[in-house]
Design a protein around this ligand. Structure first.
Ligand code: NAD
Ligand code: ZN
Length: 341
């Protein structure tokens, strides 16, 4: 089969002909239809310090996808040939304290497809049946293929109290853009979104932000919309230190900061003034809750209250991987996807 492979410990990907994956008894084989391209793939493509520390080439890249099941292992009872599916890309051990107490999103033994084992930028992928998530007939493969980053946004937003809340979303990358639509559907009273990029601010408005502003205007917008109090909730979705400081500054006393964005390196925080004396609660987001987040996501999509489609701005065949990575790096894209079959 054709696959996009991280072949050597250096920059770039290679299109290769590789053997089809063989499934174990508890796995299923999925024909990949759509796959989302993500910042993580860009790190692996660039072979930055994080990728060098984490990844062991050669392996097939990609972790966001949807497709249909073409083969099931002998122990699999609830997934069938022909099922339209997506999957949770974090493969957990199911045995540790965290997994056994309903917290497998932070399982310390997590293996991620396309990072720690073969991924989905290929014609076929093998997945444990326990990770498979069925798609409603009404959900397109396009939308199925972006359940992973959409799930990040659902996890971040819905572990805060959004109904009636004033919300600041710092960073309007694909995940921040999904979060705007989710907060709108979940009944936030005011949504202020910030980004340095005009294209992305325009998308934030399209997704339902009441105000989409440059970070320099965020403070004024928040004060105006919250009677000077600060917002009830900040969803930090940039990972940029300036935005993280702004999150602590613009959350109200006693408010909540949901931290999804990952800073590239350690940063200074004045815990006394930014956190403790403001009495705020900080929540660190990892992946998606298994499988509460997935149920919530399916219900929001079924309700029609939330439509992520406008966030998908670019589509490429697998062969145009350089162009796909380039589109992400340009900053002019929302979500970029591969059309595989
Ligand atoms: P992205 O890089 O496309 O989006 C980040 C956005 O922040 C960009 O649009 C950028 O212009 C904007 N930005 C830059 N400086 C800013 C500032 N000062 N104020 C406001 N916005 C600013 O990323 P994404 O794919 O949407 O992911 C968002 C973040 O979440 C990234 O840091 C990513 O690494 C992280 N992430 C975390 C998890 C997790 O499980 N915790 C999962 C996926 C992604
Ligand atoms: Zn575990």
């Amino acid at each position: 089969m054709k696959a996009l492979v991280k072949e050597v410990a250096g920059p770039g990907f290679a299109m290769k002909d590789v053997p089809e994956p063989r499934i174990r008894d508890d796995e299923v084989l999925i024909r990949v239809r759509r796959a989302g391209v993500c910042g993580t793939d860009v790190h692996i493509y660039d072979w930055d310090a994080w990728a060098q520390g984490r990844c062991r080439p050669p392996f097939v890249v990609g972790h966001e996808f949807a497709g249909d099941v073409v083969q099931v292992g002998s122990l699999v009872t609830d997934v069938h040939e022909g099922d339209r599916v997506t999957a949770e890309g974090h493969i957990v051990d199911g045995r540790c304290l965290l997994c056994r107490t309903g917290n497998s999103h932070v399982c310390p033994h997590t293996k991620i497809i396309g990072v720690d084992r073969d991924g989905c930028f290929a014609e076929y992928i093998a997945m444990p049946a326990t990770n498979v998530w069925h798609l409603d007939d009404a959900i397109s493969f396009d939308i199925g293929g972006i359940h992973d980053p959409m799930g990040n946004a659902f996890h971040t937003a819905l572990t805060a109290e959004i109904p009636g809340a004033t919300v600041l979303i710092t960073g309007c990358g694909p995940i921040g853009l999904f979060a705007v639509g989710i907060c709108k559907a979940a009944g936030a009273s005011r949504i202020i979104a910030s980004d340095v990029n005009e294209t992305r601010l325009a998308l934030a408005r399209q997704m339902g932000a009441h105000h989409a502003v440059h970070p320099q205007q965020a403070s004024e917008a928040v004060k105006r919309e919250t009677d000077g109090l600060g917002v009830d909730v900040v969803l930090e979705m940039s990972g940029v230190p300036a935005a993280i400081h702004q999150a602590f500054e613009l959350v109200r006393v006693g408010g909540r900061v949901q931290m999804l964005g990952i800073p590239a390196k350690p940063m200074d925080v004045n815990f006394a003034t930014e956190v403790i004396f403001k009495g705020i609660t900080i929540y660190g987001v990892v992946g998606r809750r298994m499988y509460d987040t997935w149920h919530q996501m399916t219900r929001f999509l079924r309700s029609g209250m939330f439509d992520p489609a406008p966030v998908i701005t670019h589509r490429f065949p697998l062969e145009q991987f350089d162009e796909a990575i380039g589109a992400i790096k340009s900053g002019e894209a929302g979500k970029v996807i591969f059309e595989i079959a």
